[in-house]
Structure formats: structure tokens, C-alpha cells
Design a protein around this ligand. Structure first.
Ligand SMILES: NC(=O)c1ccc[n+]([C@@H]2O[C@H](COP(=O)([O-])OP(=O)(O)OC[C@H]3O[C@@H](n4cnc5c(N)ncnc54)[C@H](OP(=O)(O)O)[C@@H]3O)[C@@H](O)[C@H]2O)c1
Ligand SMILES: *[C@@H]1O[C@H](CO)[C@@H](O)[C@H](O)[C@H]1NC(C)=O
Ligand SMILES: *[C@@H]1O[C@H](CO)[C@@H](O)[C@H](O)[C@H]1NC(C)=O
Ligand SMILES: CC(=O)N[C@H]1CO[C@H](CO)[C@@H](O)[C@@H]1O
Length: 318
């Protein structure tokens, strides 16, 4: 089988990143053995960018899949794959960043990650386990100090690029004004039903690459919705173009200059989601998609509480 070639973007760090990455967050996760096999299949199909995080529980399987792909000769060098991981909120503190990255690297069995992101602009009490928390567990977040620790990881060569996730304009500005290295990437929820126009313009102006999570709206995932995959406008365009709705949504994302982190653990759908590089949407189709009614599929309200640092969703996302 000939692996599909995926387009790349050059980040402000000078490093190249494939425009489609495979997501690895789902609940429940398949067994380690099943997940390793799915990820090896993904490499065989042509995926070269993988998105994991300390909190997903997928780092070890991803690391094993990379070793296996090297053994099988699907890739020749570790540097043929682009690996993103993320600092979880329990470790969003200047002194905890480097130890967290070291744990991540140990789990992945790698000497460096290509991209390390602050997962949310949120710090959680360190004793919180997994996703078992409420607004009461959110404590003040030292954004400048935490970013400085991310810069140190970059200088040590442990993270080739550094960035953030789920950051709004105000928080990005704080980093840009106070830090020495600008974030290479801001990974946010973005899809035709949540287009993030203002944030996209800001990031473009500042040279920060936007990456879309839940590009299909998190279809059939408990934190997601069907607003993208059952959207009538996307359906109509897909029918007319003999494409799937997923392909229309992903292609639209690419045409915004945004990369997409899409999760499928199904071989046919994994293939389908890469078949978006040799055709384009017309201006008329883009105009129709730009008019899709907007609704935030997932609002992260568990980070908001009346006594915590974020008293409203506006404060969290500003
Ligand atoms: N930074 C953050 O805070 C954050 C938050 C959430 C997610 N993420 C990352 O982003 C990744 C993707 O986001 P997501 O998982 O929320 O949502 P998504 O990629 O929008 O949707 C995934 C769902 O769509 C299905 N699917 C995929 N391709 C399809 C196709 N061609 N046709 C029909 N259904 C299809 C998948 O099922 P099958 O597997 O059965 O195909 C899965 O149920 C995550 O895995 C994670 O790596 C990051
Ligand atoms: C979640 O946290 C609460 C409060 O800390 C605790 O009582 C409960 O046992 C935890 N649940 C799980 C599933 O870990
Ligand atoms: C529609 O797309 C499918 C899958 O790519 C292809 O096999 C089929 O030939 C296409 N049909 C037309 C009419 O173009
Ligand atoms: C030390 C320093 O440069 N502080 C700045 C950090 O960013 C905030 C918000 O943009 C500024 O108000 C500070 O002056």
C-alpha cells in the first residue's frame, strides 16, 4: 500500500508539522494491544502526526506503535513522525512542567516530543485524578511562570516546539508580551459549527498556527455533538461533490490555514479522512459553510466556579 502524503505547515519555530494529525483521546480507550495495532495501521495508511496528552492514557501505546512501525520498516527514523503531547492541569505550575514532560517522554519512550502544549489555561489541585474534578478543584494559574518553564523545556531540546491549547486572545497576549518564545501552536475546538473567527484572525496576525480539535464536532463522543456530522448544509455539499461530510469539514478547516486533529480508530474512516489533499472547495461552497449557525459544542464548564479563578466561561475563554 502506498502511504498517503500529507501536506505540512512550517511553524514559527521553523519546524514542519503535518496538517492532519490523528487524535488519540477517547473513552474508554481500547486495550493497549488493540490501540498499538490501530496506531501502526494509521502509520501504514500515511498518518505522520499524532496527538496525545498526559491525561489521555494513550502515550505508552503511541510510543510502542512508533517502535513497532520502525521495526516493520513503515518509517525509517523517529523524526519521520510528529508527536504532540500536553501538560495536564495538575502540573500547570512552573516547578512541575519539566518533571511532567520527563514522565511523558518516558511513557512515549522518546527523547523529545515535536510539540508540547499547555493543555488548558487552568491549574488543578495536584491530587486530582484523571477527569474527576469540579470547579472547586481549580486553583490560580501562573501563566507567565508556567510558560517560562515551557521555554526551558524547549531550550533543553525536550520539546522541539512549544505551544498552548484552549487559550483565548487575552491569555495569548500575556504570553506574547511577557515571554521570549511565542507559542508555535494554539490547539482549540474548531469546526464549521464553531469557526473561531476572531481568534483565528488574531493568531494569523501573530504568527501562531491554529490547530483544530473536534474537527468533526466530536461526533458520537460524550463531550461532543452531532452539529457537524448532521449539518444539512455540509450534507448538501457532500452529496453534490461525492464526498463525505467528514471530508468537507476537514477540507474546509485546511482551507482556513488551520490543521486538524481528527480521531478515528476505524481503518476505512482513517483513510477517508486523509483523502482531502487533491481537491478543493469552491468559493460558493466556502460562502455557504461560513454562514452555518454557530454553537459551541463543548463548553468546559467544569473549570468554572464562583470561588475559583474563572467565574464564567467568558473569563475562561477570553
Ligand atoms: N486540546 C484539547 O483540549 C482537546 C480536546 C478534545 C480533543 N482533543 C484532541 O482532538 C482529537 C479529535 O477530537 P475529538 O475526538 O473530540 O473529535 P472528532 O475528531 O471531531 O470526532 C471523533 C469522532 O468522529 C468519528 N469519526 C471520525 N472520522 C469519521 C468519518 N470519516 N465519518 C464518520 N465518523 C467519523 C470517530 O469515530 P470512529 O473512531 O469510530 O471513526 C469519533 O467518534 C482527540 O482525539 C484529541 O487528540 C484535544
Ligand atoms: C472523585 O473525587 C471525589 C472527591 O475527591 C471522590 O470522593 C471520589 O471517590 C472520586 N471518584 C473516582 C471515580 O475516583
Ligand atoms: C464517488 O466517490 C467514490 C469514493 O471515492 C468513488 O468510488 C466513486 O467512483 C465516485 N462516484 C462518482 C460518480 O464520481
Ligand atoms: C513583566 C511584564 O512584561 N509584564 C507584562 C505582562 O503582560 C501584561 C499583560 O499584557 C502586562 O500588563 C505586563 O506589563
Amino acid at each position: 500500500m502506498e502511504a498517503k502524503k500529507v501536506y505540512e505547515v512550517t511553524l514559527n519555530s521553523g519546524k514542519k508539522m503535518p496538517m492532519i494529525g490523528l487524535g488519540t483521546a477517547t473513552a474508554p480507550l481500547p486495550s493497549n494491544e488493540a490501540l498499538i495495532s490501530i496506531l501502526v495501521d494509521a502509520i501504514e495508511i500515511g498518518y505522520r502526526h499524532f496527538d496525545t496528552a498526559a491525561v489521555y492514557g494513550s502515550e505508552e501505546s503511541l510510543g510502542k506503535a512508533i517502535s513497532k512501525a520502525l521495526e516493520l520498516g513503515l518509517i525509517k527514523n523517529r523524526d519521520e513522525v510528529f508527536i504532540t503531547s500536553k501538560l495536564w492541569c495538575t502540573h500547570a505550575h512552573p516547578n512541575l512542567v519539566l518533571p511532567a514532560l520527563k514522565t511523558t517522554l518516558k511513557k512515549l519512550g522518546l527523547e523529545y516530543v515535536d510539540l508540547y502544549l499547555i493543555h488548558w489555561p487552568v491549574r488543578l489541585r495536584q491530587d486530582v485524578v484523571g477527569f474527576n474534578y469540579t470547579g472547586e478543584d481549580v486553583i490560580p494559574f501562573d501563566i507567565k511562570g508556567t510558560w517560562k518553564a515551557m521555554e526551558d523545556c524547549n531550550k533543553l531540546g525536550l520539546a522541539k516546539s512549544i505551544g498552548v491549547s484552549n487559550f483565548g486572545i487575552k491569555k495569548l497576549s500575556l504570553i506574547l508580551e511577557n515571554g521570549t518564545i511565542p507559542p508555535a501552536v494554539n490547539q482549540v475546538q474548531l469546526n464549521p459549527s464553531w469557526q473561531q473567527g476572531k481568534l483565528k484572525d488574531f493568531c494569523k496576525q501573530k504568527g501562531i498556527h491554529m490547530s483544530a480539535w473536534s474537527p468533526l464536532g466530536g461526533y458520537k463522543v460524550f463531550w461532543g455533538s452531532n452539529v457537524v456530522m448532521e449539518n444539512p448544509i455540509l450534507h448538501e455539499i457532500a452529496e453534490a461533490r461525492n464526498k463525505t461530510i467528514a471530508q468537507i469539514a476537514l477540507r474546509w478547516i485546511l482551507e482556513q490555514g488551520t490543521s486538524a486533529i481528527v480521531k478515528s480508530f476505524n481503518k476505512e474512516r482513517m483513510k477517508q479522512n486523509l483523502e482531502i489533499f487533491d481537491w478543493e472547495l469552491s468559493q460558493e461552497e466556502l460562502d455557504k459553510i461560513n454562514k452555518i449557525p454557530q454553537c459551541i459544542p463543548y463548553n468546559a464548564e467544569m473549570f468554572v466556579s464562583k470561588n475559583g479563578p474563572y467565574k464564567s466561561l467568558e473569563e475562561l475563554f477570553e
